[in-house]
Design a binder for this molecule. Structure first.
Ligand SMILES: NC(=O)c1ccc[n+]([C@@H]2O[C@H](COP(=O)([O-])OP(=O)(O)OC[C@H]3O[C@@H](n4cnc5c(N)ncnc54)[C@H](O)[C@@H]3O)[C@@H](O)[C@H]2O)c1
Length: 433
């Protein structure tokens, strides 16, 4: 099949490369000329493990190419994906759908023959109807279907998630479109991946419901961690004891500094807006949003408290800036709240991240960025682990201890054992233990 992918970001590039790997011909389109030039020159604009090889292979085998203009790709396509961003709209927290609608208009003006237009972006319930209306208005004669096919991949494990998903959700009431979508996902279908066909609105809502549930699960264990700290219990053991119950499951029960990233914060917020407007407020999700927001700043207080209540003039070494490991994505990362709050408390910040520094430099002020964890710790009064990159999991603790001036370590991801840290003479604080 011929596929046009409109938007070549974290989702568009991974999905496009994976569809090409399934054997389809894919053109990834992006308005960002720099991005497309880089891809054409063999570079990868984002950090995602394994993506470079996957893209290279499919480009070499002529199943994957890149463009800044969508005309050619859309004209020839059986399936056109919309995979553009849907960030929070400034001011009200609704999803900003302007990129989606702009893409729909462009697609309408050039599509030829029967075309399935698929919303892969995360969009509020009813967006498919609006996309259909926009296209129909421009092309009263057009032969097309609009389908919802939300994406569930996680950055950092995106290729595996795309190729071995728990399920694929396809929202359409149209038999012709169903046949096309089945053909597109045939390699997964043959693998017995559940392919769930639903109504379009239902499919749109499934994506938000899934993200909201996961965000609630994280927030639940984070609140449990606070309680554990007060009553002398260990949240990791609580999480294990709870997670082994198959009705609950062990994933997303790691206490930490609060969820961040390009999806959970904006999607939970957008869902609460949709629900309120529909007259059925989602109180659990509203509370999750509020609890998580306040948690990120509370983590800075935790650090200051660990430093004896005073961070003025002290140097804090921060390890990990991205919202999670194995990505360079800084969108809504907890570090963006924690670091400014520490600076407000008078601390000087020195930071290291394996992939996030380029973006962090753009987003943070007055931070000294360095190229490794020991350099970061050198002479610091305290060390804070915000993101659990693998390279932070097995630091040489003796070397760390020698290079630091102070002994305070605040581990917001619980990657070290309190006993080990105490043995090395660290004044160690973690979450819920
Ligand atoms: N990042 C994730 O982990 C993830 C996971 C699941 C779903 N999603 C959803 O997928 C969507 C895309 O997210 P992302 O993280 O890939 O965003 P992104 O910001 O990384 O990429 C979006 C790209 O679309 C391009 N674009 C915007 N308008 C365009 C147009 N008219 N024509 C061509 N290109 C255009 C932008 O230049 C940008 O490169 C969002 O709705 C998001 O919520 C993201």
């Amino acid at each position: 099949m011929r596929v046009a992918m409109i938007g070549t970001g974290y989702v568009g590039l991974v999905s496009g490369a994976c569809f090409a790997d399934f054997g389809h011909h894919v053109t990834c389109v992006d308005k960002n000329e720099e991005k497309v030039a880089m891809l054409r020159a063999g570079g990868i604009p984002i950090y995602e493990p394994g993506l470079d090889l996957l893209v290279q292979r499919n480009v070499r085998e002529e199943r994957l190419d890149f463009a800044t203009d969508l005309s050619e790709a859309v004209k020839n396509a059986d399936v056109v994906f919309i995979a553009v961003g849907t960030p929070s709209r400034r001011g009200d927290g609704h999803a900003d759908l302007s990129y989606v609608y702009a893409a729909a208009e462009e697609i309408a003006s050039v599509m030829e023959g029967y075309t399935v237009i698929v919303n892969k972006s995360t969009v509020p319930v009813g967006t498919g109807d609006e996309v259909e209306r926009i296209i129909r208005e421009r092309r009263p004669d057009g032969d097309f279907s609009v389908v919802s096919n939300p994406e569930f991949l996680r950055e950092g494990a995106a290729i595996d998630d795309f190729k071995r998903p728990d399920r694929v959700v396809v929202g359409t009431e149209d038999d012709r479109a169903q046949t096309v979508m089945k053909e597109l996902y045939r390699p997964l279908y043959l693998n017995e991946t559940p392919l769930l066909f639903t109504g379009r609105r239902t499919s749109e809502l499934i994506k938000y419901a899934a993200n909201a549930f996961l965000a609630m699960k994280i927030t639940f264990i984070n609140e449990m961690a606070d309680l554990c700290e007060e009553v002398g219990a260990n949240v990791q053991e609580v999480a294990r004891g709870v997670g082994l119950d198959k009705r609950i499951g062990s994933k997303f029960l790691n206490a930490g500094p609060g969820y961040g990233g390009s999806c959970f914060p904006k999607d939970t917020l957008a869902l609460t807006k949709t629900a309120k407007e529909a007259g059925t407020p989602l109180k659990l999700v509203e509370t999750t949003v509020a609890v998580n927001d306040s948690r990120k700043r509370a983590m800075a207080d935790k650090v200051v408290k660990a430093m004896g209540g005073d961070a003025k003039g002290k140097t804090i070494a921060v390890l990990g800036l991205t919202f999670k490991p194995n990505t360079d994505d800084m969108r809504d990362a907890p570090s963006l709240d924690i670091i400014p709050a520490l600076q407000e408390a008078g601390a000087k910040i020195r930071a290291y991240d394996p992939a996030g520094i380029v973006e962090a430099e753009r987003l943070m002020k007055d931070v000294e960025f360095v190229s490794g964890p020991y350099l970061c710790a050198d002479g610091a009064d305290a060390l804070v682990i915000i993101t659990e990159w693998n390279e932070f999991r097995a630091l040489d603790l003796d070397r760390l201890s020698q290079s630091m001036k102070g002994k305070v370590v605040v581990d917001l991801r619980n990657i070290y054992r309190p006993d080990d840290m105490a043995e090395r003479g660290f004044d160690y604080t973690s979450v819920g233990r």
